[in-house]
Design a protein. Structure first.
Length: 195
């Protein structure tokens, strides 16, 4: 095991210097694990493969910023998670929202696959969001899932920033009441990972 760690330290160090052979070896080492994780989280094989490739391209692009000595898996994992979340954010339908929450929960808790408990949590969270009045739900999804600022959401809806803030405050109050403290805290944690 120690040899594996030393080997990885050397490979990461070479990667930061732009060594393509080291990159290939790291790719071979971590590609199967990443594919396995993404396969559980994304709706199509095509999308899974696209995000998988993009994650490694990003890793290569940011090689100069990698700190030698650190394990590369958490970085690849984070890059892939962010790409998956970006995908769900762009397609923010109700089903995409549910899947984004599930993706976050699964990756956040480092599970190899969504469990029934996570599926159930995700369903409860998305059902609570569905109960919001239509306009409030749209504003909530814009700000929390699509990453829009209150100013951007105000422009989109043709209302003041104050109105957006009011909708968001009421949405959060409603969700806290609807979900209870424990589930609401999970939602807040997952939303903070989305932002």
């Amino acid at each position: 095991m120690k040899n594996d760690e030393n080997d990885e330290v050397k490979l990461v160090s070479l990667l930061t210097e732009g060594d393509k052979i080291a990159f290939s070896k790291l790719y071979e080492r971590y590609s199967p694990a990443l594919l396995h994780k993404l396969n559980r989280l994304l709706p199509t094989e095509e999308l899974m493969l696209e995000i998988h490739q993009m994650a490694f391209v990003r890793l290569w692009d940011m090689r100069a910023k990698i700190i030698p000595g650190q394990s590369i898996w958490p970085l690849i994992h984070t890059i892939a998670r962010n790409l998956a979340v970006d995908y769900f954010r762009r397609s923010a339908t109700d089903e995409a929202v549910r899947k984004a929450l599930l993706t976050q929960a699964t990756l956040y808790y480092e599970l190899d696959e969504p469990t029934d408990a996570m599926e159930q949590l995700s369903d409860e969270l998305s059902k609570a969001i569905d109960k919001l009045p239509t306009k409030r739900k749209e504003i909530f999804l814009l700000c929390k899932f699509q990453g829009k600022s209150y100013e951007e959401a105000a422009k989109i809806h043709g209302v003041s920033v104050g109105t957006i803030k009011d909708h968001m405050a009421k949405a959060m109050r409603f969700l806290k009441q609807e979900l209870g403290t424990k589930l609401f805290m999970l939602l807040i944690t997952l939303l903070s990972l989305l932002s």
